[in-house]
Design a protein around this ligand. Structure first.
Ligand code: ADP
Ligand code: MG
Length: 253
């Protein structure tokens, strides 16, 4: 394990990161530092590069230039990261818009799979943790069901419990409520709010501006692959300094 002895060392450090999809320059000179316990919310128009940015952090996307370091593990450009990538994937949890649960496994088996396979936990230990986490996200009573028997909001809370079972140092969220019916958004945001309160380091892409204002320590507005502005939520939402941020917020608020 390469956990930093110094707890104030950044968990994420991106320097001059550039990413291209063929001729499309998707991320431009991204500099981003996230410290332990920080909650960072990323906002921006569709296609601006938000998903690509957070997918670079856990190595789901390669990048072409710059540096990314996650909890002391350095990712190298062009997929040359080697073992650092495996370490990062075990330390970083991710929740996607689509819940991506294993449909053929029960809720409980979805949650215990990775801790047993990747962390080498005993079934008994993994079950104990899973039951605690399912209780924490309010779905203990669904543990024996299969994903298809659950509502979207319940499935997303299982996905959250499954990510937390790996005891991540950092959680990434990519529009975790965008696929949900409106009445289920609140229960997922509540679980995330609770996690933030407990001090989890989180990077969240969301269109839920009220939630962003409430939980974020810092909001980043990304415009066509560039960080146009970043500031505490009160400043971004009430007094944005960049014209591009202002016009985006005027459209979405
Ligand atoms: P956002 O999450 O902000 O909507 P994305 O990061 O998904 O934006 O996409 C940024 C840009 O990169 C978009 O123009 C998108 O079409 C493009 N893009 C995303 N993934 C791929 C891919 N796998 N291949 C080619 N282009 C992609
Ligand atoms: Mg996206």
């Amino acid at each position: 394990m390469t956990q930093n002895a110094n707890s104030t060392a950044p968990i994420v450090r991106m320097e001059r990161v550039n990413k291209h999809f063929g001729s499309l320059h998707v991320l431009k000179e991204i500099d981003l530092t996230v410290t332990p316990g920080e909650v960072v919310v990323i906002i921006g128009a569709s296609g601006s590069g938000k998903s690509t940015l957070i997918r670079c952090i856990n190595g789901l996307e390669e990048f072409q230039g710059g540096q990314i370091e996650v909890d002391g593990n350095e990712l190298l450009p062009n997929g040359k990261s080697g073992r650092a990538l495996q370490r990062i994937r075990t330390e970083v949890g991710m929740v996607f818009q689509q819940f991506n649960l294993f449909p053929h496994l029960s809720v409980l088996d979805n949650v215990i799979l990775a801790p047993m396979k990747v962390r080498g936990w005993s079934r008994a230990d993994a079950l104990e943790t899973a039951e605690r986490l399912l209780a924490r996200v309010g779905i203990s009573d669904q543990a024996r069901k299969y994903p298809s028997q659950l509502s979207g909001g319940q499935q997303q809370r299982v996905a959250l419990a499954r990510a937390l079972a790996m005891e991540p140092r950092l959680m990434l969220f990519d529009e975790p409520t965008s696929a949900l019916d409106p009445e289920m958004i609140g229960e997922v945001l509540d679980a995330m709010r609770e996690l933030a309160r407990e001090g989890m380091t989180m990077i969240i892409v969301t269109h839920e501006m009220g939630f962003a204002r409430e939980v974020a320590d810092r909001v980043i507005y990304i415009h066509k692959g560039e960080i146009a502005e970043q500031a505490p939520p009160e400043q971004i939402f009430d007094q944005p300094t960049d014209e591009r941020t202002r016009s985006f917020l005027a459209r979405v608020l």
